[in-house]
Design a protein around this ligand. Structure first.
Ligand code: ADP
Ligand code: MG
Length: 411
């Protein structure tokens, strides 16, 4: 029994070191996450747990190799998981050729099971993930139990029970540590974003005002110049381009300022349906110029609480982005309706779409793929919608199009 417990403790620490290794690699050495180090750690854990299996009194041997396989499959990739199973089977062939067939069949079933639950696993909460781990493990335990009964080693039930509990603790703890590490990283990410955000808004407040006044003066004089009669065509063109560029600068500054504007709280109950219709009418001429169509399906009597100026800005930004995403023309479908107690506004375009990496950067300040873009429109929109306690969900497929869904609390 003492030997048995000693073995168990050894295995527990081998497996737990995996979780700590993950945490160490990501949190401490975060600058560069060497995935291959984690792969190596998993391989090492597999080798160690196989090299020193837990021996039951009557001679049966078990180890925890399922856990490294589990972690590789769900936290590296399916391919890595399968590779690890292959490595494991080869090793097994060397050590215990007789038992190879049984192990191979077992793991074939396990891998199929993993494939079946993979999608569900990735979308689950931590608790549910641990529950899924328990489910997989209880299946294994029952096959082990069957093996025990078959070999007539009934007195070893207690060993199996202790062994299974320890295995399960090891698996749960590893899942938990890895998930918590991911969670912490995500929080840090958000924090960085928020920090950038507040730095920008502070800058905006001080600089934007200073720039606005001289710009108004310049614009005024330019307009006076434009009124001159004896200008050449070239001069006229230059002046109108300058005016356009000034206007563009003006919108950038306005965007800045609205970002810096603290939450004034000047919200009111308003009819989103009519506001949206008004905005669509306003955008129609712009969209026609770009050879795009705005198609609407808006339910009546959708009420929200918002700052009219701000919510306008959000919708205009998103429609404008949609139009700009369709250089060859197309349609934007705008749908607004009640959805599970919330107001849902959806903008679907048939534009260029975005890759996963692009989606991830969405809403970051100055992130723009356009030559004349500011990369502020969406950041401001996210901020506005968040302050209204709403949510923006983006679905996109490269080459197919993008859907922006905005969920807002209804009034
Ligand atoms: P800007 O429009 O000035 O570039 P935004 O913050 O509005 O800044 O948008 C940031 C970036 O997000 C865009 O440059 C574009 O790459 C991407 N994007 C936004 N909306 C869409 C869309 N509907 N389809 C494809 N890409 C989009
Ligand atoms: Mg934009």
């Amino acid at each position: 029994m003492v030997e048995f417990l000693k073995d168990l403790i050894l295995h527990l620490s081998i497996i737990l070191s995996l979780g700590f290794m993950y945490n160490f690699l990501l949190m401490q050495k975060r600058a560069v996450y060497h995935k291959q180090y984690f792969k190596l750690s998993i391989l090492a854990a597999l080798l160690l747990t196989m090299a020193f299996p837990v021996r039951f009194e009557a001679g049966m041997e078990f180890d925890l190799k399922l856990i490294p396989v589990f972690i590789a499959f769900f936290y590296l990739s399916k391919t890595d998981g399968i590779l690890l199973v292959a490595v494991m089977l080869i090793l097994k062939g060397f050590v215990d050729f007789g038992g190879l067939t049984v192990t191979a069949i077992n793991y074939a079933i396990i891998v199929i099971l993993f494939f079946a639950i993979e999608k569900m696993y990735q979308n689950s909460s931590v608790k549910k993930k641990i529950a899924l781990g328990l489910f997989v493990y209880s299946l294994i335990t029952s096959t082990r139990l069957a093996a025990l009964i078959n070999s007539g080693n009934q007195q070893e039930y207690l060993y199996l029970l202790v062994f299974s509990i320890v295995s399960f603790i090891a698996l749960s703890a590893t899942i938990y540590i890895i998930e918590m590490t991911n969670f912490q990283l995500k929080m840090m990410h958000e924090l960085h974003k928020a920090e950038k955000f507040s730095a920008i808004s502070q800058l905006a407040a001080s600089v934007a005002h200073e720039i606005r006044n001289p710009m108004t003066t310049i614009r005024g004089f330019m307009q006076v110049l434009q009124g001159e009669r004896n200008l050449s065509d070239d001069q006229n063109l230059f002046i109108s381009i300058s005016l356009q560029e000034l206007d563009r600068t003006q919108t950038i500054i306005d965007n800045f300022l609205s970002l810096a504007k603290p939450n004034t709280g000047s919200t009111a109950k308003m009819n989103l349906s009519s506001l949206l219709k008004e905005i669509i009418d306003f955008m129609r001429s712009y969209s026609h110029l770009a050879n795009t169509e705005l198609v609407e399906g808006i339910e009546k009597e959708l009420w929200i609480r918002a700052d009219a100026h701000e919510i306008r800005q959000v919708f205009i930004n998103i429609i404008k982005n949609g139009i700009e995403a369709m250089p060859g023309g197309g349609s934007i479908y705008i749908i607004a309706k009640m959805d599970r107690g919330q107001v849902k506004v959806q903008f679907r375009d048939e534009g260029v779409g975005m890759s996963k990496a692009q989606l991830e950067r969405l809403g970051n300040p100055y992130y723009s793929t356009k030559e004349k873009g500011t990369g502020l429109g969406l950041m401001i929109s996210y901020d506005i919608v968040h302050r209204m306690r709403g949510r923006i969900i983006v679905d996109s497929e490269e080459g197919k199009g993008t859907t922006f869904t905005i969920l807002l609390p209804c009034e």
